[in-house]
Design a protein around this ligand. Sequence first.
Ligand SMILES: Cc1cc2nc3c(=O)[nH]c(=O)nc-3n(C[C@H](O)[C@H](O)[C@H](O)COP(=O)(O)O)c2cc1C
Length: 192
Amino acid sequence: MNRMKVVLGVTGASGAAIAVRIAERLSDIEGVELHLVLSPAANRTLAHEVGAEALPSLLRKAARTYDHADIGAAIASGSFSTAGMIVAPCSMRTLAAIASGMADNLVVRAADVHLKERHRLILMARETPLHLGHLRNMCAVTEMGAIVMPPVPAFYHRPETIEAIVDHLAARAIDLLALPIAPLAKAWQGEG
Ligand SMILES: Cc1cc2nc3c(=O)[nH]c(=O)nc-3n(C[C@H](O)[C@H](O)[C@H](O)COP(=O)(O)O)c2cc1C
């Protein structure tokens, strides 16, 4: 069977748990194959924010993992057909590199390839507050075709746990890939 390939890039912004949840949910979807690449800073945030078990459990969810420095890997080529890429969380450093086309590592190169091939690219850009350079980079990547989805919680579902917030964000990001599956995120049904 031809499985749908999804690339998950994880960088060193806060919110590493979102990457773990995205990987878990993607690996639960039949017919989806997860291709994973982490920046060195992501290794640090994963360990700091989620714990020592986070990295091995994330790696177990992937069909393939790639070295961040391997700019000759399969996902670095436009001929590698995917259903899209999510960068979660996306640091301001990686956002700036994508905005300027500085594709000197595999996360940025794979994102760059998604843009040039006009494939879905979702960037969960995370920083607060934002300076003008951050905002301009978000505009630049949006003009190039990326979707900027900052990991901003939705409070209208009245989440009771951090896990519920993380799960909703992960589901919304996956839904933006427009895979041929029912939406994962709970839809707003209107008030009352
Ligand atoms: C615990 C921790 C939290 C961080 N949070 C953020 C953040 O929310 N946003 C951001 O842009 N950078 C954040 N950083 C800084 C990035 O990790 C740093 O800029 C790094 O060079 C990003 O590299 P990368 O884009 O290759 O992952 C954080 C670093 C640490 C150690």
